[in-house]
Design a protein around this ligand. Structure first.
Ligand SMILES: [Zn+2]
Length: 267
């Protein structure tokens, strides 16, 4: 179990939050303090170069925050060669645990698909070169995403963030060696497909996340999300798996530390 220098145990790790989001401009410190008061650690995720810089800076300032750096498919047109070189430097910082969030989004199509695929591939190469795990965004782009991942071979470890698919898709990602990130939608009433998929996923391949400030779980659905709410995801998971919330906390925290190995080097 991960312990801090004071030996205070981390109960949960929210493996996907966007703490640099303008939604926290007014009260970021309070949001962070609420998570810490419950011993919840946070991985804050970059979506472009500037947000990656901010994520890395937040991680430097707070002991229980770590960062991922990367360019989200929405922002694929915003990065050039020098930007990728800067990401490479950031990814090697002590508290930067992953390259992400990277991937494809054919739902909103905010960048041309060809550019999305190219920038995704560049970042997969970067992660492979640095032996860095990846955090993947996938929305209505599964077949191209799987094709690119397969083309890049088996060198990648990582998580399919905000997994919302069915059992068959879960099995495809598991077979490729990925973990599945489960968030707020698990608590939504109309989500039988996801619940039955989650029931079949081995717990050792599950990470819990919030995607804060988005995808707020019940009972706060409709309001702004925050990392402390990851506990509601863990509780829903415990219910579906018919185990205790304590076991979900322990196992998913262990999974996160195994996947994102720099988490264990708390300074
Ligand atoms: Zn995200």
């Amino acid at each position: 179990m991960l312990t801090t220098p004071e030996k205070r145990r981390i109960t949960l790790i929210d493996t996907h939050a966007h703490l640099d989001s303008p939604d926290y401009q007014e009260d970021r410190a309070a949001v962070i303090a609420r998570a810490f008061s419950e011993s919840i650690g946070v991985i804050t995720i970059g979506i472009n170069l500037q947000s990656s810089e901010e994520a890395a800076a937040l991680a430097k300032r707070h002991r229980l925050i770590w960062a991922a750096v990367g360019v989200h498919p929405h922002n694929a047109t915003t990065i050039d060669e020098s930007g990728i070189a800067r990401l490479e430097e950031l990814a090697q910082e002590k508290k930067v645990v992953a390259v992400g969030e990277i991937g494809l989004d054919y739902y909103r199509d905010l960048s041309p698909r060809k550019v999305q695929r190219h920038v995704f591939s560049l970042q997969l190469d970067l992660a492979a070169e640095l032996h860095c795990p990846i955090i993947i965004h996938n929305r209505e782009s599964t077949s191209d995403l799987l094709a690119i991942l397969r083309h890049h071979g088996s060198s990648h470890r990582g998580v399919i963030h905000s997994f919302l698919g069915d059992r068959a898709l879960a099995e495809e990602f598991l077979a490729l060696g990925f973990h599945l990130g489960i968030g707020g939608p698990l608590t939504f009433a109309k989500n039988g497909t996801l619940r039955s998929a989650v029931k079949s996923i081995p717990l050792e391949r599950v990470l819990v996340e919030t995607d804060s400030p988005y995808l707020t779980p019940v009972p706060y659905r409709g309001k702004r999300n925050e990392p402390g709410y990851v506990r509601y995801v863990a509780e829903a998971l415990a219910q579906i798996k018919e185990i205790s919330a304590a076991q979900v906390e322990e196992e998913t925290t262990k999974n996160a530390i195994e996947l994102f190995s720099k988490l264990s080097q708390v300074s």
